[in-house]
Design a protein around this ligand. Structure first.
Ligand code: ATP
Length: 521
């Protein structure tokens, strides 16, 4: 069902103009996407909602729009040149590449492993496993440590599992360890085909480019892999020009680029994406308190914009998972059809960034407390994507209703899709639908449409039966459909239909904007 759901969503996104493959007429470009007429509205609405909550409504946050291209020294100071690398494995057989930190998850969730485990189920004693390795295992998984050298592997397992007994074996854990190249016993099998993966290598995830048209004198730099560094290097500029005092934050929305090893799951992981980042500068003694504050604040934002609570969680990073600069970090995760996965990371970055940029640039990047004492502020960083939350909002709003919601005739009871997007996010707020394509009606409808469009995004649609037009609007999440019928010419009223309740109401044309303002603002 889940993969199926993703396929339906990808197809709806293309069919209705939310998201297309980038440069599709040339066969596309690996994991790059374009946002179509509805997608750009939805994306803009997400960014607007974030900016409103994080910047506009607060007194302690200001905005910034820094350049994508920065002096390459920025990336040395930030640690990205030396450290923004992911070890990755390649499969010599199917040519796929896998990130080191994801390999075991991929193995466990991969079809190849699941079918292997099924085959092994029942062979739980060491003798059974030995026999399996010598026979069936040879065909199915020739590179598994257990198959290559069963005696060594089994005795190694029994050594590390002091309580190794036939009965209390944690089978998954046990097999997981055999799969690993423990003590160099065997290579890690490919999660997709089971072939031995080659030794891991690492590559820098930054996309590089050069500035200056003449190759010989061009300066190498990078497309930013996060917007955050543009904020840190402007710390003094903002502090001095906006006369703010700590605690305060600088927020920025913009494109980032990463040469991801395993892009995928539609717009979940791409090489070009957008981020909404806040760097909130605090006194070191208050960092823990502010970290907790932002965790709650950010989780609430997703809930208020309509994501079901049960599909969201905060996951705290374990010590060995933390980035080298981070004191603590928790991710906001969404239950995607493919897995629980990150929408946003909220980290306590300590004073790492300002210290580094201070050191590399020679500038003094610090603040003073009430007694005039200098200190380097700590940074709390809620760092969200735009594309991943967009996918989560979309999936969470998606509902299929069987048996015909808008149609009553037996012959037409097809499954209908309703996109229950929050009112602030819906790309089109209002549809204007003249009941018939008669000039009297269409003229009035177009007049109304013109008025409505002064305030909200709206679509005028006169094509097809009214039921079909309602369905087209439900599918893209339009909040209200206004129908203009022959009676409208007499009583100067229109029918307003609500997307979620399907309740209809007659409202006077003269009062329409006031009525909608109340509903939409
Ligand atoms: P992951 O572990 O999934 O690679 P990350 O921890 O590297 O993510 P951050 O550096 O914390 O991600 O970036 C903050 C946010 O930016 C992420 O939560 C995500 O929403 C977004 N983001 C990061 N990388 C990508 C990408 N390749 N495609 C789309 N969005 C991304």
């Amino acid at each position: 069902m889940n993969q199926n759901l993703m396929e339906k969503i990808v197809s709806l996104c293309k069919r209705r103009g939310f998201i297309f493959r980038s440069s599709e007429i040339y066969g596309g470009l690996g994991s790059c996407y374009d946002y179509g007429p509805l997608g750009v509205e939805l994306k803009n609405n997400i960014k607007k909602a974030w900016w409103k909550k994080v910047v506009q409504e607060r007194e302690d946050v200001v905005g910034l729009d820094s350049a994508i291209l920065l002096n390459p020294k920025v990336w040395e100071a930030s640690g990205h040149v030396a450290g923004f690398k992911d070890p990755f494995y390649s499969c010599p057989f199917c040519k796929k590449q896998f990130r080191g930190d994801q390999i075991y998850d991929l193995i466990w969730n991969g079809d190849w492993w699941q079918s292997l485990l099924k085959d092994m189920a029942g062979h739980k004693t060491s003798k059974d496993l030995f026999n399996w390795a010598k026979t069936k295992g040879k065909d199915l998984a020739p590179n598994l440590a257990l198959v290559l050298r069963p005696e060594v592997t089994l005795s190694w397992i029994s050594d590390i599992h002091k309580t190794f007994k036939q009965t209390d074996l944690d089978f998954r854990n046990f097999i997981g360890r055999i799969a690993a190249s423990a003590d160099g016993l065997a290579a890690i099998p490919c999660p997709l085909c089971g072939e031995a993966l080659s030794e891991p290598t690492s590559a820098n995830l930054m996309l590089s480019t050069s500035i200056g048209p003449v190759q010989a004198t061009a300066q190498k730099t990078y497309l930013r892999p996060e917007t955050a560094q543009g904020i840190f290097v402007n710390f003094n500029n903002v502090l001095q020009s906006s006369r703010t005092k700590i605690p305060f934050g600088i927020a920025q929305i913009g494109k980032s680029f990463r040469n991801e090893i395993t892009p995928g799951n539609f717009i979940f992981r791409t090489r070009e994406f957008e981020q909404m980042e806040l760097e909130f500068f605090v006194h070191p003694q208050e960092a823990k308190k502010w970290h907790q504050y932002w965790l709650k604040e950010r989780l609430d934002w997703y809930v208020k914009l309509g994501i079901k609570k049960e599909n969201l969680r905060l996951r705290e990073h374990k010590k060995n998972e933390l980035a080298h600069y981070a004191q603590a970090c928790s991710d906001v995760e969404y239950k995607f059809p493919f897995n629980w996965s990150e929408l946003e990371g909220i980290a306590n970055r300590g004073d790492f960034d300002l210290k580094q940029h201070g050191k590399f640039s020679g500038e003094n990047l610090f603040s003073r407390d009430e007694n005039g004492k200098k200190f380097i502020p700590y940074v709390i960083e809620p760092s969200a994507g735009v594309d991943r939350p967009l996918l989560a909002f979309f999936i969470d709003a998606y509902e299929e209703i069987g048996g015909g919601r808008t149609t009553t005739t037996e012959s037409n009871k097809e499954t209908e899709v309703v996109l229950h997007l929050h009112k602030d996010l819906a790309p089109i707020k209002i549809a204007i639908l003249p009941l018939a394509k008669k000039e009297k009606l269409t003229k009035l409808a177009r007049d109304i449409s013109r008025e409505i469009k002064r305030y909200w995004t709206a679509q005028y649609d006169e094509v097809g039966s009214i039921g079909r037009r309602y369905r087209r609007q439900d599918e893209i999440g339009t909040l209200y459909c206004l129908t203009i019928d022959f009676e409208s010419l007499e009583d100067k009223k229109v029918t307003i239909r609500d997307r979620d309740t399907m309740k209809q109401k007659r409202v006077a044309i003269a009062e329409l904007t006031g009525y909608l303002k109340e509903k939409l603002e």
